[in-house]
Design a protein around this ligand. Structure first.
Ligand code: ZN
Length: 431
């Protein structure tokens, strides 16, 4: 009996050897003031730079290791299932429109977001609240949409002339279902968001899953799976596995100028020193397990440029330097991607549909194949003169909840979704 206990203890110690990623308060050092402003409100106010490091490194106080991850299967919808069915569900080919919705981070605490400060109207325009987001997910699920990953919708192949080109894949979906891509822009947890009622960062919980960490309006630390778009979707898929028959979740569109996923992994061009670099490396290490777990559970990543820059500017040196910096600071953490989401929805060279200008050619040469803007329908177009596809996304947010109810009825009815009571008292078309 004693030997058995000894054995168990040894095993336990061995298991504890790899420390669990400790949650950290965000390091707010190194704001790059040169960075292009997002199409989101920004604040110049510095954050509280206090770092409340936990003493979890102390001997004997280690947090328990996360539970071993549950198996998570990811399949491609472009592969026809053998025999035409999976687990008794019949699959049918789909060559129609693949709808694409995109969100920004969602508002966890409307009382902080819509407090009448200078950011309130911008957040009202571009974001939805947690409650609205929950209702939107439920509605698209009820209407028969299933999640697919953006990278599975088109493939690169050789054309008749031997040149590479993009083709639209036939998707094989559970019979009666419709495909839906969801992407999430600016999931960087910019400093201005932190004081405006958003989650501060993603962390790995004791169960090994993705949770959010933040501060509630009373100043308490909150670790939750119900206050951020990413864990909310994870949870929704756990509860409704048929919403994601292929394991897909969403594509996270990341800039780099304030780090990624709430971790301050960026460099700045001014006042850099060894201490800042050491802090940055620590943040890079801290975010790696988050990225790994996201990838493992169906999340993918795309570029939103490093500095949220305007790709229509024609400023090629700026576009090239920004792209290299994105690969150095973000791509090096999230891995290769073929997806580019235009900041401000602004098309390279003015018109990426009719022209293939120098910015588009350059970005394509760096590996991007799917170029996503923002529009009034889930339009997509395979370019003929270069191996690339351009597509538009719809944008559930305050603007469209207020003013575009009809266009979104195939997904949800704004009347059932919009949290009129917590948002600013501004015009609503359907009232
Ligand atoms: Zn953006």
């Amino acid at each position: 009996m004693r030997r058995l206990i000894c054995l168990l203890l040894t095993l336990l110690l061995l298991l504890c050897g790899c420390a669990a990623p400790a949650s950290q308060a965000p390091d707010t050092s190194g704001d790059d003031q040169n960075a292009d402003t997002a199409n989101l409100p920004e604040t110049d106010e510095p954050l509280n730079p206090e770092e409340s490091e936990k003493s979890e490194d102390a001997e004997g106080e280690k947090a328990p290791d996360p539970a071993p991850p549950e198996f998570y299967e990811i399949r491609s919808p472009a592969e026809e299932p053998e025999g035409g069915s999976v687990d008794g569900v019949t699959y049918a080919p789909w060559d129609g429109i693949v709808e694409h919705l995109f969100f920004h981070p969602v508002v966890a605490y409307p009382e902080l977001a819509f407090d009448g400060d200078g950011d309130a109207n911008g957040i009202d325009d571009y974001m939805v609240t947690v409650d609205e987001y929950n209702k939107i997910l439920q509605s698209v699920y009820d209407k028969g949409y299933v999640l697919v990953d953006i990278a599975d919708v088109w493939s690169e192949t050789a054309g008749e002339d031997g040149q590479p080109k993009m083709v639209r894949n036939t998707l094989y979906l559970p019979e009666g279902k419709k495909p839906l891509i969801i992407s999430f822009d600016d999931t960087n947890y910019y400093p201005y968001m932190l004081e405006n009622g958003f989650a501060y960062k993603l962390i790995i919980g004791e169960d090994g899953k993705i949770w959010s960490w933040g501060i509630d309006p009373d100043g308490n630390e909150v670790v939750s799976r119900d206050l951020d778009a990413i864990p909310i979707l994870d949870k929704f898929v756990e509860e409704h596995p048929d919403f994601s028959p292929f394991g897909a979740k969403g594509c996270l569109s990341l800039t780099g100028y304030e780090g990624i996923l709430g971790y301050r992994t960026q460099t700045t061009t001014t006042g850099w020193d060894d201490a800042k670099e050491a802090a940055r490396q620590k943040e890079r290490e801290a975010v790696k397990p988050i990225v790994e777990e996201l990838r493992r559970t169906g999340w993918t990543f795309g570029s939103h440029t490093w500095g949220h820059i305007r790709l229509g500017s024609g400023n090629m040196p700026k576009i090239q330097a920004d792209t290299e910096r994105w690969f150095d600071e973000v791509g090096s953490l999230v891995g290769e991607t073929t997806i580019l989401f235009y900041p401000h929805g602004e098309r390279p060279d003015g018109n990426d549909w009719k022209n293939t200008g120098p910015a588009f050619q350059y970005l394509q040469s760096k590996g991007f194949r799917v170029f996503a803007s923002v529009g009034i329908e889930s339009f997509s177009y395979i370019k003929k003169d270069i191996c690339a596809v351009i597509c538009d996304r719809l944008h559930p947010d305050g603007t469209t909840l207020r003013h575009s109810r009809d266009r979104y009825l195939q997904f949800y009815d704004a009347k059932d979704i919009m949290d009129v009571n917590v948002r600013p008292q501004r015009e609503i078309d359907w009232m």
